[in-house]
Design a binder for this molecule. Structure first.
Ligand SMILES: O=P(O)(O)O[C@@H]1[C@@H](OP(=O)(O)O)[C@H](OP(=O)(O)O)[C@H](O)[C@H](OP(=O)(O)O)[C@H]1OP(=O)(O)O
Ligand SMILES: Nc1ncnc2c1ncn2[C@@H]1O[C@H](COP(=O)(O)OP(=O)(O)OP(=O)(O)O)[C@@H](O)[C@H]1O
Ligand SMILES: [Zn+2]
Length: 432
């Protein structure tokens, strides 16, 4: 369907949220086609001409990497060929959303008014795409990495990575950098555990410290959690949360614990995170292994080998450098796919249905504690491909997170075993 958007249409698009790379707007105009859709527009870092996640076209090395995924290589160039460049519309959007954006996001990047294209996607915070027609409660969860790495390429000095989650270690660095005001007790291993009780425990922790990992929408509007992917959502919470949660309770008939139970039960019985975890686990070698394959692909001397004076390690790494090209490409491809799976978000929308009426074709769930039935829809968002050129950043950030964590005093014990929380088990392991 051909449709041209001009500056006058910008008023119909309302700021919904944003991440590091995109601003997302929901439609509140009168076009039936656009109702229930969101527009996802790329951002450009302040002072740069490239979008946050690199160029829309693949670099030469990326073509080598993804070359056998024909659709990907083709679609990237098709986007460019079909570009419908609507600068005025995007300029107006840029102006309109300015006041709602978090200051730290404004400082980092702005809507790219020179963008070639934007994504028009279904609004997954709505059940059927029609706001205000029926009650719909949705949650957005950014689960992050749900397993502990066990790669043989993790150096002894970084062995802590095998027993403390990346999420927890990163929390200490974020706290130090002022990005968060307190360390979250959310443990991704609980969420991915497949155990009902542990999933519920993860949900309770996400609710207590939502950061950019948890949001609740009521009929498509954010009622809980940080707008704009805010690390700390204290502003939204202190202001509006109480009434919003009261609204939620009133309209859904669910008390908060029952609501968290509904989400936990859905995650548990749908198995929706199982496949995500399997995809995350494509990262078999960890960045400490994959980085070597990366340097071969870009035909540059390996900086990690260059800076390592340990003959034993160098010997181990040489096994990676001497792999056939196809194997090295696969290592990096799998690493990047896993990175996407570690960074995407899950949106689950719910609508109440009369008990027993499950003939609609949607998945349904019965919540015993409240004797209510719900239909649900689970969708993943932000499945963007990660740019190849981020590999060095991944390596450096990994080292930084681990080094900082080792200097920190984490009173939390081993996050993968909540029964040992509060003890010094982790430290004992570390000092061994
Ligand atoms: O590296 P991480 O784990 O901090 O993840 C980044 C996210 O940080 P957070 O989830 O807060 O820790 C980060 O999120 P925030 O900006 O912190 O909300 C982005 O999602 C970033 O991806 P991209 O650069 O937009 O493609 C993410 O970068 P990738 O690592 O997924 O490329
Ligand atoms: N299809 C959708 N339906 C409803 N809301 C959406 C949709 N896509 C994105 N959003 C909202 O917009 C926010 C930002 O979108 P998204 O995560 O795609 O941005 P991003 O910049 O790519 O994120 P990241 O920081 O993880 O790279 C999401 O957190 C979510 O609240
Ligand atoms: Zn190397």
């Amino acid at each position: 369907m051909a449709m041209v958007l001009g500056a006058e249409d910008a008023k119909d698009w309302i700021y919904k949220g944003e991440g590091a790379a995109n601003v997302v707007l929901s439609y509140r105009g009168s076009s039936l086609f656009l109702l229930g859709k969101v527009l996802r527009i790329q951002k450009v870092p302040k002072g740069s001409t490239h979008s946050v996640n690199g160029c829309a076209v693949l670099s030469g090395h990326e073509k080598l990497l993804w070359g056998d995924v024909e659709e990907l290589v083709e679609s990237k160039s098709r986007d460019i060929a079909m570009q419908n460049y609507i600068k005025e519309f995007l300029e107006s959007i840029k102006k309109n959303v300015h006041d709602q954006r978090p200051a730290w996001r404004i400082d980092a990047a702005e809507v790219d008014a020179l963008c070639d294209s934007a994504f028009l996607i279904s609004d997954h915070s709505l059940f059927t795409g029609t706001p205000r027609v029926e009650l719909c409660v949705a949650v957005e969860i950014k689960p992050k990495c749900g397993f502990l790495p066990s790669s043989e390429f993790i150096t002894k000095a970084n062995a802590i990575k095998k027993s403390v989650t990346r999420f927890r270690m990163h929390q200490f660095l974020k706290l130090h950098q002022g990005e968060i005001s307190k360390v979250s007790e959310y443990n991704p291993l609980d969420l991915f555990s497949g155990s009902k009780d542990r999933i519920y425990q993860a949900m309770t922790a996400l609710f207590a410290t939502p950061q950019n990992n948890f949001r609740i929408f009521l009929n498509g509007s954010l009622i809980f959690g940080g707008l704009g992917g805010g690390m700390d959502s204290s502003a939204v919470r202190s202001h509006e949360t109480n009434t919003a949660i009261e609204d939620l309770i009133k309209v859904s008939g669910l008390q908060l614990p029952s609501f968290l139970e509904l989400v936990s039960e859905t995650i548990f019985s749908s198995g929706v995170l199982d496949q995500l975890l399997a995809t995350q686990k494509l990262d078999v070698l960890d960045i400490e292994g994959a980085i070597h394959a990366y340097y071969n692909i870009i035909s540059q001397p390996c900086m990690v080998c260059k800076n390592s004076g340990d003959p034993e390690l160098l010997d181990q790494y040489s096994s990676l450098h001497s792999l056939p090209l196809e194997k090295r490409l696969k290592i990096v491809r799998d690493y990047l796919i896993a990175s996407t799976a570690k960074d995407c978000s899950l949106m689950i929308s719910f609508r109440p249905v009369d008990s027993g009426s499950t003939g609609s074709g949607y998945n349904s769930i019965f919540l015993e504690s409240s004797n209510q039935s719900f239909e649900y829809k689970a969708r993943f968002i932000d499945l963007d491909m990660k740019p190849l050129e981020k590999m060095v950043h991944y390596y450096e950030l990994d080292q930084k997170i681990v080094n900082f964590y080792m200097k920190s005093d984490d009173p939390g014990g081993t996050p993968y075993d909540s029964t040992t929380r509060g003890t010094k088990v982790r430290k004992i392991q570390y000092h061994q």
